[in-house]
Design a protein around this ligand. Structure first.
Ligand code: DQA
Length: 148
């Protein structure tokens, strides 16, 4: 059975390419989607790639991933929750409640930045955490999830 990878992006990631390029690089979210699509194709995985500025929408996608997980059809979820990483108990509960295998991803090295970015509500319920690889991190994340 072909398994699905969800790649979910939270607030402000639609601005990639123009948002603080010295931190996040020059590539756009469309470029990131293409990188993920190529990586998924290499591993025979189906890709669901989404971005939302709204917490509830991200939760709804995690619930959808949870339904695939329950059917054995989910490879994993790669989540860059943006600033919700540092604030959202609701996202943490969604990950915990669905039981999805989740890789928490950040483009920047959050530990080299402001102290408020050092705490994540998601890390304790994530299977893996990655940060600081730039947008290439998404490719590495797909490679990792393909082994799960
Ligand atoms: C981010 C890091 C977060 O602290 C920040 O709020 C983001 C992006 C990253 O990809 O490096 O929006 O998740």
């Amino acid at each position: 059975m072909q398994k699905t990878v969800f790649v979910l992006n939270g607030p402000n990631l639609n601005l990639l390419g123009t948002r603080e390029p010295q931190v996040y690089g020059a590539q756009t979210l469309a470029d990131v989607e293409q990188l993920c699509a190529q990586a998924c194709a290499r591993h025979g995985l189906q890709l669901r790639f989404h971005q939302s500025n709204h917490e509830g929408q991200l939760i709804d996608w995690i619930h959808e991933a949870g339904q695939l997980h329950a059917r054995g059809a989910l490879a994993g979820v790669i989540l860059n929750a943006g600033a919700y990483t540092h604030t959202s108990i609701a996202l943490m509960d969604a990950i915990k409640g669905t039981g999805v295998a989740l890789l928490e991803l950040h483009i920047s090295n959050v530990f080299a930045r402001e102290a408020f970015r050092h705490h994540s509500y998601l890390s304790p319920v994530a299977r893996a955490v990655m940060c600081g690889f730039g947008v290439q991190g998404y490719v590495l994340a797909v490679e990792a999830v393909a082994q799960w």
